[in-house]
Design a protein around this ligand. Structure first.
Ligand code: HEM
Length: 386
C-alpha cells in the first residue's frame, strides 16, 4: 500500500519522525511521484542496511541526491570509488585523527572564550558552526578568515543537491568552484607546496596523468561541505535534545563521560543526514514492491534508526540505551562516512567544553531547522546562561 507521505509536507519538514511509524507499518517501500524524478524510499532498518551493502544493485554512480548526476570522485562505484577513497583516507587514519585532539580542544576553548559576560548566545552561530568549518579548513589547508563565505557556499551546495532544479544556486556554486580551483592552481605553481589535502590531490597521478580538475573539485567539495554542515548539526541537535529535558543536561554536567553516549543517541535519534540516494542497476523486488531499473531510491537512515524491530522504545531519547551504536547515521559499507571519527572527536570535544563552561545553560526556544529536506539540524539555537 502507498500512503500520502511527502518528505516536503509541513508536518515532515517540522519533524521528519512524524512519518516513520506510518512508513514502517504501511509503506516500507514507498513511491513518491511528485518529484522530478520520482523516487522510492526505504525505511526499515534491514532494507536500508542491505541496500547500503549491495553496491551491485544499488549504485552510487548517479549521485547521492535525488537528481541523476554523473559519477565523480568518491560519488561513484568501485573501482573509481576505491581509488579516491584510499587516496583521501591517508589523511583520516585513526592516528592522524588522534593527533588533532590538542588543537581541536584549544579551538573549542578559544571559541567559548569569546562568549563571556553574556546572558544569551546562539549555539549554532557562536560555536557549532565555526568549529567544524575551521577544522576542515585546516585539514584542507585553506584560509580560515573566509568562513562566513564558506558557510554561504556550503548551504547553497546542499540546497542545490536536494532540489529538482539547482539553477537558483548556480552563481554561488560557480564562486565556490572558482575559489577551489584557485587553491589548486596556487599549489601547482609552488616549488614547495604545504603538506595538506589539496596538495595531495594536486600531486596524485592516475595511470601516469594528473587528476582532472573536475575530479579534484568533487573530492575537495565533498570534504569541504560534508565535513562541516553535518558536524554542526550533530552538536546543535544534541544540545537541543538535552536542554529540552534539563534533567538530561544535568546528568552530563554531573558526569561528563556521558557525552559519548549522548552523542551516539543523538546520531540515532536525530541523524544530521536523514537519508541519501542510490540508483537501481536492475529491477529489485522488496516486500512485494518491484522497484524498476534506473530508479532513484532514498535510503532513510533516520527512519531506520527508529525501527522498533531493532531499537527498543525508538521514539525515546535515552541516555541509558546500550546498543545505540548500531545506528546508520554514518551509512554502512564501502561508502561509510570517511569523517566519522573526526566528527565524533569534534562533537565530543565541543560538548565536553560546553558542559564544563556553561553548566547552567537553558534553552530559549528550539530555533529553526536547516532548509534541505534530506538534512536535519538547527540553523539557530538560542540559549540563556543561568
Ligand atoms: C556528524 C557528522 C557526519 C555525518 C552525520 C556524516 C554522514 C555521512 C553519511 C551518511 C555518509 C554516507 C554516504 C553514502 O552512503 O552515500 C558519509 C560519507 C562521507 N562523509 Fe560524512 N558525515 C559526517 C561528518 C563528516 C566529516 C567530518 C567528513 C570529513 C571531514 C565527512 C566526509 C565524508 C566523505 C568524504 C564521505 C564519502 C565516503 C565515500 O563515499 O566513500 N563526513 N557521511
Amino acid at each position: 500500500m502507498n500512503i500520502a507521505y511527502s518528505p516536503f509536507s509541513d508536518s515532515t519538514m517540522t519533524d521528519p519522525s512524524n512519518a516513520y511509524a506510518e512508513l514502517h507499518a504501511e509503506a516500507p517501500v514507498h513511491y513518491y511521484a511528485d518529484y522530478d524524478p520520482p523516487f522510492y524510499t526505504l525505511s526499515k532498518y534491514e532494507d536500508v542496511a542491505d541496500a547500503l551493502r549491495d553496491t551491485k544493485r544499488f549504485s552510487s554512480h548517479w549521485g547521492q541526491g535525488p537528481r541523476f548526476t554523473p559519477p565523480m570522485g568518491m560519488l561513484s562505484n568501485p573501482p573509481q570509488h576505491t581509488f579516491f577513497r584510499s587516496l583521501v583516507q591517508q589523511k583520516f587514519t585513526p592516528a592522524s585523527i588522534r593527533s588533532m585532539t590538542p588543537w581541536i580542544e584549544a579551538l573549542a576553548d578559544e571559541l567559548l572564550d569569546k562568549i563571556t559576560d553574556v546572558s544569551k548566545f546562539d549555539v549554532h552561530d557562536d560555536f557549532a558552526f565555526p568549529l567544524p568549518v575551521i577544522i576542515i579548513c585546516r585539514i584542507l589547508g585553506i584560509p580560515e578568515k573566509d568562513i562566513e563565505k564558506f558557510k554561504v557556499w556550503s548551504d547553497a551546495s546542499v540546497e542545490a543537491m536536494g532540489s529538482e532544479d539547482p539553477a537558483p544556486w548556480a552563481e554561488k556554486m560557480e564562486a565556490m568552484a572558482a575559489f577551489q580551483l584557485a587553491q589548486v592552481e596556487e599549489r601547482r605553481n609552488m616549488d614547495n607546496p604545504p603538506d595538506d589535502l589539496v596538495t595531495l590531490l594536486v600531486q596524485t597521478e592516475h595511470e601516469g596523468e594528473p587528476l582532472p580538475d573536475p575530479q579534484i573539485l568533487s573530492v575537495f567539495n565533498q570534504l569541504f561541505v560534508g565535513g562541516n554542515e553535518t558536524t554542526t548539526s550533530l552538536i546543535t541537535n544534541c544540545v537541543w535534545r538535552l536542554l529540552e529535558r534539563p534533567a538530561l543536561w544535568q546528568r552530563l554536567v554531573d558526569d561528563p563521560d556521558l557525552v559519548e553516549t549522548a552523542l551516539e543517541e543523538s546520531l540515532r535519534f536525530d541523524p544530521p543526514v536523514l537519508g541519501l540516494y542510490r540508483t537501481t542497476n536492475e529491477p529489485v523486488t522488496l516486500r512485494g514492491v518491484t522497484i524498476p531499473e534506473n530508479a532513484k531510491v532514498m535510503l532513510h537512515y533516520a527512519a531506520a534508526n527508529r525501527d522498533p524491530e531493532i531499537f527498543e522504545n525508538p521514539y525515546e531519547f535515552s541516555l541509558d540505551r546500550k546498543k545505540n551504536k548500531r545506528h546508520l547515521a554514518f551509512g554502512l559499507g564501502v561508502h561509510f562516512c570517511l569523517g566519522s571519527e573526526l566528527a565524533r572527536l569534534e562533537a565530543r570535544t565541543a560538548m565536553k567544553a560546553l558542559v564544563k563552561r556553561f553548566p547552567d545553560l537553558t534553552l530559549e526556544n528550539a530555533g529553526e531547522r536547516i532548509k534541505p529536506f534530506f538534512l536535519w539540524g538547527r540553523k539557530r539555537l538560542p540559549v540563556q546562561v543561568g
